[in-house]
Design a protein around this ligand. Structure first.
Ligand SMILES: [Zn+2]
Length: 233
């Protein structure tokens, strides 16, 4: 019986691969002619953590409400591996448009370690396209609200009007812009808050899931917000 397996380079997904001797463990080694990467085929790996499609899968699971320990158990890898995939990921959102007709701004409450360590996500959302335009982290105060406005300015985002609830920091920070106040105008962003609570395990309400490190917390949110903008979630 002959079984044929097509191999792809884990680095550049090219099929332009040749055999390249054997490893000390007597496993066949392969060499990618396009990028020069050497690897062992996925089928011959004894440790599943090196599987070339695993990292992407872990990231998808993390933005679909699966916790770190659940991923480790399902994929039979270590918790350290799952955390390292999250920590080494690098996701930054960029505004897709230069000009928006209206932006909704709101704050989103989360915590790290215990409920005394609150961190607030303050962000701008475009309802028509479901895009998160910019976000900042900080305390629930005027300084953070102002930072969001500065952030929008540095990104050179133009907008006709801003919708917010009647929180006074927004009233002060965005007073020079065309500000529309009222809960009925921020329905879109409230819906998105609900989506975040569903999607990011560490933002679930009434559970005991939380981040232990602020850095990991930020990484988890960077990932989810990036995936939302690109329609994966
Ligand atoms: Zn390659």
């Amino acid at each position: 019986m002959k079984i044929k397996i097509t191999l792809y380079c884990p680095n550049c997904q090219s099929a332009n691969v040749k055999r390249n001797g054997k490893k000390v463990s007597k496993k066949q080694n392969y060499f990618c002619k396009d990028c020069g990467r050497q690897f062992i085929g996925n089928h011959a790996l004894s440790y599943k953590g090196c599987h070339s499609e695993l990292n992407q899968k872990i990231l998808f699971m993390l933005v679909r409400g699966v916790g770190i320990r659940d991923v480790a158990e399902i994929e039979k890898v270590s918790i350290r591996k799952v955390l390292s995939v999250l920590v080494c990921s690098n996701h930054n959102i960029k505004p897709k448009q230069k000009h928006y007709d209206s932006l909704e701004v709101d704050e989103f409450w989360t915590y790290v370690n215990n409920k005394q360590h609150k961190v607030w996500l303050i962000y701008a959302y475009h309802r028509a396209t479901g895009e998160i335009v910019a976000y900042v982290w900080g305390k629930r105060d005027l300084k953070t609200a102002k930072r969001l406005r500065e952030n929008l300015k540095t990104l050179e985002v133009q907008f006709d009007c801003v919708c917010s609830d009647s929180w006074e920091s927004f009233l002060v920070a965005f007073r020079e812009d065309n500000l529309v106040v009222g809960k009925q105008h921020t329905v879109g962003i409230e819906g998105n808050n609900c989506r975040l609570r569903h999607r990011i395990r560490r933002a679930f309400r009434k559970t005991c899931c939380f981040s232990k490190k602020l850095f990991n917390h930020f990484k988890a949110f960077d990932l989810a917000l990036f995936y939302i903008n690109f329609g994966f979630v």
